[in-house]
Design a protein around this ligand. Structure first.
Ligand code: DP6
Length: 392
């Protein structure tokens, strides 16, 4: 067997506070509007991927959580082609380099969170995919340059190449070249940002974000105003709120943008519903927390599914988690780290709102803002000597 070259990287999940919803070009996977997200800590949510190549491999292959997955789709192929072209250019300049660009790739990928949780994992998945191959090929491209490639795998993946607070600038070029991710602020700028992910079970399989957003662009009359007027103004306001660590401004924009995104979904023909009764219960509880606090101390946001993500500043942890614990004390996720939190609501809180949350939430993931992709030492690679997934 010929030599197996490999590199391993991890990449984080990101949750948008200004949402990407709508494609300007389906071919280039460019968006109709810019978006902005918070990268979540990889201690709690991350994908790890080993990228390997060898003259002995017969075909490109991908294993996800141990099961083989198809890589013939246009998105994976676009990422492979771009990364191989960058490696080929290096090899053409330096003939002493092994011709990795001509070898087939084996990718082995694992998530540290349950896939059943219904958390959008394509962002972390494609970011780890691109980062691991770029490391294998010893590419010198910056995360922003690599974001152009990850974007073609899944739009939101381009934002997972950075930690902290990240914008995906939609760009204006016909070829999509300037549709890239940039870091707005590192995690160290505002390290006290926390996120509680409420995993809400959903019996039926929802509409995928890819097809949902295309239907919205094609049919929603509210959508052009969102993409062309509302979001550009919110992007600027959100960058300012983050620069000033203004949680109230951040919260107002986050909740308004989540609601605007779900409003254009409802305005799609036929309408798309991602939030369910339990999601709406989470909205009411957050609104009640804010009413009792007399200011916005918590902010909800929802993606293309019923799960709620609640952002808050660590300074208000006892208040926010006290209420959430009162409603969801029975679910997985309240580790010993949170044993000091007593389940309680503030004075004047409308307790009756908690019942609907209690029944709807199946798990809680308590996390916070975190770093971008990380390199993993060779000895922790997920690959065996034959180029297959190591049995763990
Ligand atoms: C609601 O990135 O999954 O999470 O580019 O088609 O792969 P594709 O879409 P995807 O869409 C994410 C949509 C969202 C909002 C967001 O993350 O900004």
């Amino acid at each position: 067997m010929a030599e197996i070259y490999h590199a391993t990287a991890t990449a984080p999940v990101n949750i948008a506070v200004i949402k990407y919803w709508g494609k300007a070009s389906t071919k280039l996977n460019t968006p109709t509007n810019s978006s902005l997200s918070v990268t979540l800590s990889q201690d709690d949510l991350r994908t790890i991927t080993t990228a390997s190549c060898s003259a002995s491999f017969d075909s490109d292959a991908l294993w996800l959580n141990g099961a083989p997955h198809d890589v013939s789709n246009a998105r994976s192929q676009a990422c492979f082609a771009e990364l191989r072209a960058l490696r080929k250019a290096k090899e053409d300049q330096d003939s002493s380099l092994p011709p990795l660009s001509s070898y087939k790739l084996h990718l082995i990928s694992e998530n540290n969170f349950p896939t059943a949780a219904g958390l959008a994992s394509s962002a972390a998945g494609f970011a780890a995919f691109v980062r691991a191959i770029a490391d294998l090929y010893e590419l010198e491209e910056t995360p922003t340059q690599l974001s152009r490639i990850a974007r073609q795998g899944s739009g939101s993946a381009c934002r997972s190449l950075f930690g902290g607070y990240v914008a995906w600038e939609k760009g204006s070029r016909e070829d999509g070249y300037d549709s890239i991710a940039v870091q707005v602020a590192p995690e160290s700028h505002w390290p006290t940002m926390r996120a509680a992910v409420l995993v809400i079970s959903d019996a039926k399989k929802g509409v995928s974000s890819t097809s949902g957003m295309q239907a919205t662009v094609a049919t929603s009359t509210l959508f052009p105003n969102r993409a062309n007027v509302i979001v550009p103004a919110r992007m600027e306001a959100m960058k300012k709120a983050i620069a000033e660590k203004d949680f109230e401004g951040f919260a107002e924009l986050t909740m308004a943008d989540s609601n605007s995104f779900h409003a254009v979904c409802l305005d799609t023909i036929p309408p798309i519903f991602y939030m369910n009764d339990s999601s709406r219960a989470a909205v009411r509880v957050v609104e009640e927390i804010n009413r009792c606090a007399g200011k916005k101390v918590a902010a909800y946001t929802f993606d293309a599914g019923p799960n709620a993500v609640i952002y808050y500043d660590e300074a208000n942890e006892d208040l926010i988690l006290g209420v959430l614990k009162k409603a969801t004390d029975h679910v997985t996720g309240w580790s010993d780290k949170y044993s000091r939190i007593s389940p309680k609501v503030p004075d004047g809180f409308n307790d009756s709102l908690l019942a609907a949350l209690s029944t709807g939430v199946s798990r809680i993931i308590l996390t916070g803002v975190g770093s971008g992709p990380l390199k993993v030492p060779k000895e922790n690679a997920l690959i065996d000597n034959e180029g297959n997934p190591k049995s763990s």
